[in-house]
Design a protein around this ligand. Structure first.
Ligand code: MG
Length: 379
């Protein structure tokens, strides 16, 4: 196979030096190991389900809002542009970005909080760890093993945070949470690309839905700065074009700042390979003024969008659906599809119920709730 990696920086992750897969497989003749990982993610069942999972707005509330799928695509796009500039591994950062939300429950954060509360006595539920479980165990696509058998580097990137208790059980992958070391630059990058994507698309969706107003946005310095720039360049501009031009410029500012700051950090720390990256401080970062501006934006979104009473109503309904389902299945596991009924030597019943519920799309969960609780509804 031709050398696909000669353009990479020495501190990038090289597929040829991967720490490998849990189950050894022969090398591909046409793709690098990280390209294979990305392709496996795209062909997974969990990836297709992202289309029908809520980001902030419930799926059926409108066709133009982000879903987990379009969010993941935006993360991958942002992460790849930055990776190319920094000469990092685009295939790896794309694989991580596309997989990072695979473990999300239906109904966004409300769903995750509800399922976590249901699982309190049973080890809890964490969507990030669930994403790893999806690619390590839950996907059923191969004759020889469970899961997608991805490389260490993609799995390392998927697992953004982890409690010490869970980390201890994860072997080499959990080690960094116990030792306080960093993951690869590609993993660090996917994490911040996620932030760039959701902060900006949540403004866009918030304004589109009418839950946020342009007047309110004046409180956000980063927005104001870019809006003023747009109005100076296009006097009299308004409506969707004003919003889109402003959001576009904000994303650009964040990307350029991240590239500049990270390049500087890398030059200062001087890692010669990915092992030295893991030992260094976090190197992918925003400059301090931009980090603070982004923080203010986040706080604004939290207060005005994620805590908007209409979003809270949706969250309350979502939490009810999930806790009702969890309680009904726990009371009588015979109501579960057979593959989610506990068997000797397998995961405990509560964990299997969590897997079942976490895998649901928004509309599947709504339908399942109806099937379980509405008399006269077909089973
Ligand atoms: Mg995300």
């Amino acid at each position: 196979m031709p050398d696909l990696e000669s353009h990479l920086a020495p501190y990038a992750s090289h597929a040829s030096q991967s720490r490998g897969r849990l189950h050894a497989e022969p090398a591909s003749t046409s793709r690098s190991e990280f390209q294979r990982d990305r392709d496996r993610v795209i062909h997974s069942t969990a990836f297709r389900r992202l289309e029908y999972k809520t980001q902030v707005f419930v799926n059926h509330e409108g066709d133009l809002f982000r879903t987990r799928l379009t969010h993941s695509l935006e993360v991958a796009q942002i992460a790849r542009s930055i990776a190319r500039q920094l000469r990092l591994n685009e295939d790896l950062v794309e694989a991580i970005s596309l997989a990072h939300d695979l473990g999300h429950t239906p109904f966004g954060h409300a769903g995750q909080d509800a399922l976590n509360a249901c699982m309190k006595e049973h080890g809890g539920f964490e969507h990030n760890l669930q994403s790893l479980l999806v690619v390590d165990q839950l996907e059923e696509r191969y004759g020889g093993f469970d899961g997608l058998n991805l490389t260490f580097e993609t799995r390392e990137g998927i697992l953004k945070h982890c409690s010490r208790a869970n980390a201890a059980a994860l072997g080499p992958l959990g080690k960094r949470f116990l030792e306080g070391t960093q993951p690869s630059l590609e993993a660090q990058l996917a994490n911040l690309a996620d932030e760039i994507a959701y902060n900006n698309h949540d403004i866009d969706d918030g304004l589109r839905s009418g839950l946020l107003t342009l007047e309110q946005m004046q409180q956000v310095p980063m927005w104001e700065r870019h809006r003023a720039e747009v109005e100076a360049a296009f006097p009299g501009i308004g409506g969707r074009r004003l919003i889109n031009e402003t959001v576009r410029r904000m994303i650009n500012t964040l990307i350029v700042d991240l590239i500049d700051t990270t390049s500087r950090n890398i030059a200062e720390a001087g890692p010669r390979n990915v092992d030295e990256v893991r030992e260094a401080r976090p190197l992918v970062a925003f400059s301090e003024p931009i980090r603070q501006e982004a923080q203010t934006l986040k706080r604004f979104l939290f207060q005005h969008l994620y805590r908007h009473y209409l979003v809270m109503r949706m969250s309350a309904k979502a939490q009810r659906i999930i806790s009702d389902l969890f309680a009904a299945f726990s009371d009588d596991p015979r109501l579960l599809p057979p593959q989610y009924q506990a068997s000797v030597g397998g995961p405990d019943q509560a964990r299997l119920i969590a897997h079942y519920i976490a895998g649901m799309t928004d509309r599947y969960a709504i339908r399942e709730h109806r099937r379980m609780f509405a008399v006269g509804e077909q089973n």
